[in-house]
Design a protein around this ligand. Sequence first.
Ligand code: 13P
Length: 296
Amino acid sequence: MLVNATRMLRKAHEGHYAVGQFNINNLEWTKAILLTAEELKSPVILGVSEGAAKYMGGFKVVAAMVKALDECLGITVPVALHLDHGTYEGAKACVAAGFTSIMFDGSHYPFEENVAKTTELINLAHDHGLSIEAEVGSIGGTEDGVTGNGEIADPEECAKIAALGVDFLAAGIGNIHGIYPANWNGLHFDALEKIQKATGGIPLVLHGGTGIPDDQIKHAIKDGMSKINVNTDCQLVFAEATIKYCAEGKADPTAENKAKGYDPRKLLKPGFLAIQAKVKEKMELFGSVGKAADLL
Ligand code: 13P
């Protein structure tokens, strides 16, 4: 069931659990995540970066694929289709393409410009029934060619953006995209506390969910992080499973290989199953298993 993410994240915030945003890259990814959410009766957010959307053929292709899979697989749990780190133009295009949620990442603009653009996009999103996420303080690391410095968001700026009417807010607390360096200092819970207080209880978003120790994830959820974004983790397990399958000679195209393991449906299956296992592990950690019932 395709919905926006406002209600599911408010419920998560009240109930002290988090909904996972899992980024998608293709049909296998999408199917694996949707089927896992359905099996676990968990709400879920499918994240799509602009680069991934371009790879899949465009925002309209993504929206059509997700809507059709949701229907044809008989998915009953709430699913939001969300633009991840959208540009101003990308956010507008996703509203038109039929996404149910957008993120506008104006963190690299001067603050006043971030406010002006965010305000315009809040009105557009809400007029069309979409939820909207904004960002204050850039998230570190590199995702899709966009590099941030891992700032700690300023609580006052967070309060100003939250007051504009965004539905949930990405606030940097030392989290970064991709694999964490060995000398990473961990999440800054003092900053999280100040941000949550200043924003009056708005659901917060933790980007860079890959590689954060479980105890820090649980602490962050307890203190107001209600949406946790996971991308690299699924990429890593997919690559690992596919490499193992090939290294075992299962994709060998010789006549002796009667199993025809080079068939793409067989070749991509271990990676598909690995994504399902990773998503299950994360939904259990985030506490969203069984929570779809609260939203139906
Ligand atoms: P990771 O790739 O570090 O899991 O981060 C995902 C993310 O934050 C998407 O916005």
